[in-house]
Design a protein around this ligand. Sequence first.
Ligand code: COA
Length: 274
Amino acid sequence: MSNVLLECEGSIGWVVLNRPEKRNAMNPALNAEMLDVLDEVEADDSIEIMVLTGAGTAFSAGMDLKEYFHEIDSAPPARQRQVRREAYGWQYERLRMFPKPTIAMVNGWCFGGAFTPLVSCDLAIAAESATFGLSEVNWGIIPAGVVTRDLAAVLGYRTALDLIMTGRTFDGREAAAMGLVNSAVPAADLRAEVIALADRLRAKNPATLRAAKEAFKISHDMPWEQARDYLYAKLDQMRLHDTENGRQRGLEQFLDKQLRPGLTAVPREPPASL
Ligand code: COA
């Protein structure tokens, strides 16, 4: 693996897009590697939380304009389909429903196609100085793949059309204000903030956390009746997968008056580092 690094530290798996000389633009080789890295992170029981970030000055400058667009435009249709499938495969299909909590750590430039892995991550923290932009309109293309759909999921109508149609850049603070990321912090504090968030997530019951995020993402576009039925089914299914019996322990804590609003619910032994 050279285009992607996986660094394990405690129970965090740091997945680093690693083409700093190309501002981590996502070319076909990087996309293919990411599919393997995500399999590795899923299979490694020592990794509880995954953080996606970029090496150097960029989170990612988006799809590689040379290797993903220019060179692939003239490739045989089967190759074009494969290249798109691998990009879409990790950035949307695998990442959006990844079984472990995912955090995007936006350390720098974040353009175009990079919005898809950004939005696919469950949570996101940016450096205040990070620069975002949907520059596609400047290159004679539209935010394709599922970038436009991603925007519709996280931003309001006017904001999304402003970004899509003007291609203007904006910083981490504005990204937080519009809800594209959860928060923005000074670059020097970024890693510590991400670790603090990861520790908060690690204190939760993992089966509950997984079911909760899947339930939100899947029920998002469902009709209400269907959502109600699905969510009850999910609630029951979750108990089958929970080796820590979090529901039983959580309810007992409430009934024993150990747990009340304002107190921290910990139906799980806190990780050693807390
Ligand atoms: N695709 C392919 N190559 C890219 C790239 C992209 N999306 N973004 C950057 N690169 C390459 C540059 O071509 C350059 O390669 P070179 O050194 O071989 O000439 C290298 O990365 C460094 O880029 P440079 O522009 O010199 O870096 P910078 O720090 O001054 O600026 C950006 C960084 C991200 C602002 C700028 O590179 C940029 O605007 N990139 C395009 C981003 C974009 O529009 N993405 C949407 C794609 S759909």
